[in-house]
Design a protein around this ligand. Structure first.
Ligand SMILES: Cc1ncc(COP(=O)(O)O)c(C=O)c1O
Length: 391
């Protein structure tokens, strides 16, 4: 007997990522020392204080019962203090903060908690893949909002058809952005909140990269905009900001009704984050409030080194202001998939084809700065040598 997955499963777009993983395996099996700049998983450990907090907490027998699905009050109170410290935003830990097992957990379930099958939601193209996948899982129709370089990758809200805006349950955006590394300023967020109020639309903002910004730039929370909580929620994660991706801890903030919807769904699905990890999360946020503990410096240096090495190789890429990613336009005559494959088979460097993030990503590859400077220079050197062979 054979069992095939559901129709929904076949609509999920993970195929490109598995294809790249297959290529990588094949090249590694040939004995090549592959430099992986594919998945955006931080290569650095969390701070000592975070590791000490988790080590101490795992010895505490109190953490071995089921945790609560919304997270401990202590963690949510610390999040509220951090939001006030970092963004000047006041949040009620009782009903405006929900602890999550990574923001992926929240993003995957959000549509399910808020929409019915046949509803419509607006998601960016290119966009982080779970945005569209979560709609597939919930039977929600996507409206793909194109993000293009000529508009600095900001959406043209006025171009959204009126019937789409009227029917959509939410609009999801992400600045600083994965994969685009694009950023949005206060004027844009003000415009977005005004638009959402006018259209009766919930805004979901994914702020996974708020602490990874360069050249003095400080990303903002959408909740800084006056009245934003009436129409907006924001996902935030400790994965990138504190090198805690393996811990699986994040949170949702903002509009109490939307927070409650996700909390209700999740209380039926899981029992929340392991208490020792929440203790580590508290340590991370407290340490940050005591003396800014930023990962940005490391990534800024990596960005500078890599972009300038590629420039020497003749590949000119505008330096991003934030995130761990470089969104690189590819030379004419290639598809993003062809060039990614060739870069791996000929230069031993893994990058992700832009179309993995939506049709608008064609013509680009995403490069994650998740190796140290020496490895990045080595990667750029290999790319240069390979580019010379095809000129
Ligand atoms: C934009 C964005 N949102 C959410 C996530 C998920 O992060 P996590 O589930 O580790 O919190 C990622 C991870 O790469 C991301 O890039």
């Amino acid at each position: 007997m054979t069992f095939t997955g559901s129709k929904r499963l076949s609509q999920l777009g993970s195929a490109i990522f598995s294809e790249v993983a297959d290529w990588k395996r094949e090249v590694m099996n040939q004995g090549v020392d592959v430099i992986d700049l594919g998945i955006g998983s931080p290569d650095l450990p969390p701070s000592n204080r975070i590791i000490e907090a988790i080590t101490k907490a795992v010895r505490n027998p109190a953490h071995y019962g089921y945790p609560t699905s919304e997270g401990s009050l202590a963690f949510r109170e610390t999040v509220a203090r951090w939001y006030r410290y970092r963004f000047g935003v006041d949040l009620n830990p009782e009903n405006e903060i929900l602890t999550l097992m990574g923001s992926q957990d929240g993003l995957a379930h959000f549509a399910l908690s808020l929409c019915d099958p046949g509803d419509l939601a607006i998601v960016p193209d290119p966009g982080y893949p779970i945005y569209s996948a979560s709609l597939v899982l919930a039977g929600v129709e996507p409206y793909l909002l194109p993000l293009r370089s000529e508009h600095n990758y900001l959406p043209q809200l006025e171009d959204i058809p009126v019937d789409v805006a009227a029917k959509a349950k939410f609009i999801l955006l992400n600045y600083p952005s994965n994969p685009l590394s694009a950023v949005a300023d206060r004027a844009f967020f003000e415009h977005l909140i005004a638009y959402a109020k006018k259209q009766d639309l919930l805004v979901i903002h994914d702020l996974a990269y708020s602490e990874m910004a360069f050249d003095g730039y400080q990303p903002m929370s959408i909740l800084e905009i006056e009245g934003a909580k009436e129409v907006a929620v924001e996902f935030h994660s400790l994965s990138k900001s504190f090198n805690m991706a393996g811990c699986r801890i994040a949170f949702l903030t903002g509009n109490a009704d939307a927070v409650k919807a996700l909390k209700t769904l999740k209380s039926n699905i899981d029992y929340g984050v392991f208490g020792a990890i929440q203790a580590a999360g508290i340590a991370a946020l407290e340490e940050d409030m005591e003396h800014k503990h930023s990962v940005a410096g490391v990534y800024e240096k990596r960005r500078n080194v890599f972009i300038s090495a590629l420039q020497d190789a003749g590949w000119i890429i505008p330096p991003p202001k934030a995130t761990m990613f470089i969104w690189a336009p590819i030379p004419k005559g290639w598809t993003s998939r062809q060039i990614s494959r060739e870069m791996l088979y000929r230069a031993g460097v893994v990058v992700i084809p832009g179309d993995a993030f939506g049709a608008e990503g064609e013509g680009f590859v995403r490069i994650a700065l998740v190796q140290d400077e020496a490895r990045l220079i080595e990667a750029a050197g290999r790319i240069r040598d390979w580019l010379r062979t095809i000129e």
